[in-house]
Design a protein around this ligand. Structure first.
Ligand code: DQA
Length: 146
């Protein structure tokens, strides 16, 4: 049977979630995201594993590991969203569904945040729902995986 584990991957500076620019990203931490997603995943018959890195190459390697270990990827590539062909290429080598999450509404912000390389691969994108976006993506993942 195929894995029902969803990898939730997070890019640079998201280790500071809750402390960093709370007026934009809120007060909840990445541990709060991990906890709420794990609880919801149980309801949905899924499992979650959350990872974060400040390094582009490490995120590429996390995606490579997901090829063996994950049924789907939820990714907030943070600033690498707007710059990283390497992350796009790694995601293109992953077989399952990919959902892109942004805590803030990137379209309401600077124009350099309006373009996403990752969106070229993602089945869907959620932006501007705060950390609730991760839970919404998980619900969508359950539908996509059936
Ligand atoms: C972000 C938006 C990006 O533009 C930014 O670089 C981030 C976080 C978000 O979750 O809103 O670090 O991905």
């Amino acid at each position: 049977m195929r894995s029902r584990t969803i990898h939730i991957l997070n890019g640079p500076n998201l280790n500071l979630l809750g402390k960093r620019e709370p007026e934009i990203y809120g007060h909840d931490t990445l541990e709060d995201v991990a906890r709420s997603c794990a609880t919801l995943a149980m309801e949905l018959g899924l499992e979650t594993a959350l990872y974060q890195s400040n390094h582009e190459g490490e995120i590429v390697e996390m995606i490579h590991r997901a090829r063996e270990a994950a049924a789907g990827i939820i990714i907030n590539p943070a600033a690498y969203t707007h710059t990283s062909v390497a992350i796009l290429d790694a995601l293109s080598a992953f077989d399952g569904p990919v959902l892109e999450v942004h805590i803030s509404n990137v379209h309401k912000r600077e124009s350099f945040r309006h373009h996403s390389y990752v969106s070229l691969r993602a089945e869907g994108v959620i932006a501007g729902f705060g950390i609730q976006g991760y839970e919404l993506a998980l619900r969508r993942m359950a539908v996509l995986l059936g």
